[in-house]
Design a protein around this ligand. Structure first.
Ligand code: CP
Length: 312
């Protein structure tokens, strides 16, 4: 078995072999999720804490379902229902959680790097980054990759175009780190304040014109305008943004009619992507969500694999 290490903090530090191992392992969990009884005893006796200190629908729910389908005991903590609202610091919160002896903590936090802090403070616990600020969202990149590989048969040498807020979007960064292992041609198209030159150093081509960027794309990924971070700083007017950067069926038909359409979600219909594209036959949005459960089961399983024998 390929060793994936103690934590999943980001994609940047993973090898291609480790990425493929995550994807192959996730494939084996897909079938379990299609059974009438969707439960296996793999992580029985393990305690998983979902520490979500920033809002989430997809990621939090699928990590919880993944843990439950592996028979782990999963506990959810959200910022609004925790003592963080009373002024308890992040460090004191995690030290308190550590005293309850969890096996694995899944963390989402608005501060880039917060899961690394957790890994440093809690050396005995396995940590999964479920999205940290503007930095990485590794489980999302893995589920995106699994969806692409299943739909297109390969990840090698694809042309993948990210449309929208790559700068404040951790999804694009993790996808770029992942896909450059497979020789993919990567493009970002967005207003100049967002499609900044730092992405060129990551091997990404920068476009400002949506039609030009879409031409010949195998995959088009719609990114949400993340106005919860630095609101109004990059794009003062979403109406004007959508006039130039909303992915429409006309643009897809004219420039990349066979492209697979992905959206990590949440998406805003009519701003980033039109309803007929996100609901269209080339859209794999629902499949991404489905793959998310299998990928998160694989992550939990592989991180705990080294400690499973002792409990059996
Ligand atoms: N894709 C994603 O991270 O969605 P949530 O914020 O709803 O988890």
């Amino acid at each position: 078995m390929v060793n994936v290490g103690q934590h999943l903090l980001g994609i940047e530090s993973l090898t291609k072999e480790q990425i493929v191992h995550y994807l192959d392992t996730a494939e084996s969990f897909i079938e379990i999720n299609e059974r009438s009884i969707k439960k296996v005893p793999t992580l029985r006796g393990k305690t998983i804490i979902n520490l979500f200190l920033e809002p989430s629908t997809r990621t939090r729910t699928s990590f919880e379902i993944a843990g439950k389908r592996l028979s782990a005991d999963t506990i959810n903590i959200s910022a609004s229902a925790s003592s963080i609202t009373k002024g308890e610091t992040l460090i004191d919160t995690v030290l308190t959680i550590q005293a309850m002896n969890p096996d694995l903590i899944v963390m989402r936090h608005a501060f880039s790097g917060a899961p690394w802090l957790l890994a440093r403070e809690l050396p005995e616990v396995k940590i999964i980054n479920a999205g940290d600020g503007l930095h990485e969202h590794p489980s999302q990149a893995l589920l995106d990759a699994l969806t692409m590989r299943r739909r297109l048969g390969t990840l090698e040498n694809l042309t993948v175009t990210f449309v929208g807020d790559a700068l404040r979007g951790r999804v694009a960064r993790s996808n770029i780190f992942l896909l450059r292992n497979f020789g993919c041609k990567l493009r970002i198209v967005a207003p100049p304040a967002i499609a900044v030159d730092e992405f060129k150093a990551m091997g990404v081509e920068i476009y400002y014109n949506l039609a030009e960027a879409l031409k010949g794309s195998d995959v088009v990924m719609s990114l949400r305008m993340k106005n919860e971070y630095l609101k109004d700083f990059f794009v003062p007017d979403l109406g004007e943004y959508s006039e130039h950067y909303c992915i429409t069926s006309k643009l897809i038909k004219e420039n990349c009619p066979d492209a697979l359409i992905l959206a990590p979600g949440p998406y805003i219909r009519g701003v980033e992507i039109s309803s007929d594209v996100i609901d269209g036959v080339k859209s794999a949005y629902a499949e991404q969500v489905t793959m998310g459960v299998a990928v998160r089961m694989a992550i939990m399983y592989l991180l705990c694999a080294g400690t499973l024998e002792e409990s059996n």
